[in-house]
Design a protein around this ligand. Structure first.
Ligand SMILES: Cc1cc2nc3c(=O)[nH]c(=O)nc-3n(C[C@H](O)[C@H](O)[C@H](O)COP(=O)(O)OP(=O)(O)OC[C@H]3O[C@@H](n4cnc5c(N)ncnc54)[C@H](O)[C@@H]3O)c2cc1C
Length: 483
């Protein structure tokens, strides 16, 4: 007779049903393993963040990542680490404590860059389609390849393949803690279901996202001001950091900047997924006091929106208004830069606009007058970084500096959304979780947001690639015949 315990014995237990977890499950099942996927959500809600993302991929073709891919990741790959240690970590022979330091491993970055085309080809083999489709960035410095149908299409393709291969899905099942044997190897995990606890036995892949849905961890790591942040979509609320916490509890190494997150400008009034407002380079940003506080347009919007959004987060109440004049309505396709479903606040004068958005009218009038006086009067070239900068204004505006003078005037509120958190676990190029003392923890893998990588500035359009590449590698490595 089979006991309940035996029936939960698998060759691989995957926590999380987003792109990372599904990639791990499919690659392991393709290698003949008996796989379980544990998912906190119901089947209808499965897919976490992955089902809401458009999934831009930093690739210049199906075969190659962008030219700046590895450089950008490496330049944002640590905090204030000793350069000797960074150099030592690039040596594949270096195995000890240095491997486990909080910094992006150069070998990990190399693997991500070189395995990305293979992961895309693998997904294409399952029926996913990719193309260079329009994005929300009216100006951009780097290419973005997109899956047709976004992340939801990838979740559907992967889940269908997993089901066809016999992967067992356990919904409303929240992974909570890891089980170890005497050697310190991970041999299973304990999960919580509505009816009680269930133990799953087997090696584990942690692919259950970051901690953006956990207010306590956000306050602990990102700080008390994180009360002004919210996940960019409803899928983010399912990611509450258990995967990271349960591995740290058994001594796993940490990586990525725990006090930071990927910032994107969104409309706080909206409840739709990713209600972004990328139109701000064509106007001025003012805080609740009616004052400018940052260069709205240091360069192309794809490269600079995160740093501008971080300045918005620092303002009173964590928000600002973008003030535009009628000129922006003539930019071809300007609506691509506005995903919010809420209309702008519109007024015929700056004084009326100030009243409508509850900003001191005299301050806003002064701010607009000073800005207008610093503009040259030339017309902008909206779809390229045109270098049309203010003169003698602090802070400056470096591109698209045209006077705000043509009624009607428009304003949108903007806050910083938390797209995902940066802090997570450190893994090696096979997706094995490292111990803080060095060496891989036997039986434990991680992929996707659960893996930490980024410091300072996010290398845009790499998070989905990270999920698919290291999810797939975890599944491959877990197959004894295919190390
Ligand atoms: C709106 C939006 C736009 C984005 N745009 C881009 C982009 O253009 N390009 C890009 O590269 N990245 C983008 N990102 C980020 C990227 O989509 C995600 O980082 C990536 O999809 C994460 O995949 P994942 O599998 O690690 O996590 P998720 O897809 O979030 O999956 C995690 C899963 O784990 C489940 N779970 C959580 N905790 C537990 C638990 N304890 N037990 C069991 N299950 C659990 C969750 O329910 C969820 O299904 C965007 C994200 C969003 C939300």
């Amino acid at each position: 007779m089979t006991s309940a315990q035996d029936s939960q014995r698998f060759d691989l237990v995957v926590a999380g049903c987003g792109i990372a977890g599904l990639s791990a499950a499919v690659s392991a099942a393709e290698g003949g393993l008996k796989v379980a996927v544990l998912e906190r959500a119901t089947e209808a809600e499965r897919g976490g963040q992955s089902r809401y993302t458009e999934a831009y991929l930093r690739m210049k073709s199906l075969e190659a990542v962008s030219d700046d891919f590895e450089t950008h990741l490496a330049e944002n790959g640590s905090g204030a680490l000793d350069p000797d240690l960074i150099e030592r970590s690039a040596d594949p022979a270096e195995q000890g404590l240095v491997r486990a330091l909080s910094m992006a491993d150069p070998n990990f970055i190399d693997t991500l860059a070189h395995q990305a085309p293979q992961a895309v080809a693998w997904l294409r083999g399952m029926g996913a389609r990719f193309d260079f489709l329009p994005t929300q960035f009216l100006t951009k410095a780097q290419p973005r390849l997109l899956p047709v149908g976004g992340g939801e299409a990838l979740v559907q393709v992967l889940a269908a393949r997993a089901e066809a291969l016999g992967v067992r899905f356990h919904y409303q099942t929240t992974a909570q803690s890891l089980k170890l044997d005497e050697r310190g190897a991970v041999v299973g995990l304990r999960a919580r279901q509505p009816q009680g606890f269930v133990d799953f036995q087997g090696p584990v892949v942690l692919a259950c996202g970051g901690f953006q849905g956990n207010a306590e961890m956000m306050a602990r790591y990102v700080g008390p001001r994180s009360v002004h942040l919210r996940p960019i979509c409803k899928g983010g609320y399912y990611n509450r950091g258990e995967g990271i916490r349960m591995a740290l509890d058994i001594g796993a190494a940490a990586c990525g900047e725990f006090g930071s997150y990927h910032a994107e400008p969104v409309d706080p009034r909206s409840g739709v997924s990713e209600p972004s407002v990328f139109i701000f380079p064509y106007g001025i940003l003012v805080n609740k006091n009616g004052r400018r506080f940052t260069d709205e347009a240091p360069g192309t919007v794809d490269a600079h929106y995160e740093s501008v959004t971080r300045r918005i987060y620092e303002q009173p109440g964590g928000m600002a208004w973008v003030v535009l004049d009628a000129r922006h309505l003539r930019i071809p396709n300007y609506k691509l830069a506005l995903r919010t479903d809420k209309p702008p606040v519109v007024a015929d004068s700056i004084a009326a606009l100030a009243q409508a958005i509850s900003v001191p009218a005299d301050e806003l009038a002064l701010t607009v007058a000073q800005y207008n006086a610093a503009c040259s009067g030339q017309d902008w070239r909206a779809l390229e970084a045109d270098g049309l900068a203010t003169q003698g204004l602090q802070p400056p505006k470096s591109n698209w500096a045209c006077p705000i003078a043509q009624a009607p005037f428009h304003a949108y509120p903007i806050m910083s959304a938390n797209v995902f958190t940066f802090g997570g676990l450190k893994v090696d190029p096979q997706a094995r979780v490292l111990h803080a003392d060095g060496g891989a923890i036997p039986g434990l893998y991680a992929a996707g947001e659960t893996v930490g990588l980024y410091y300072g500035t996010y290398t845009g359009a790499t998070s989905v690639l990270k999920a698919m590449v290291f999810g797939r590698l975890a599944g491959l490595h877990a197959c004894p015949a295919r190390p």
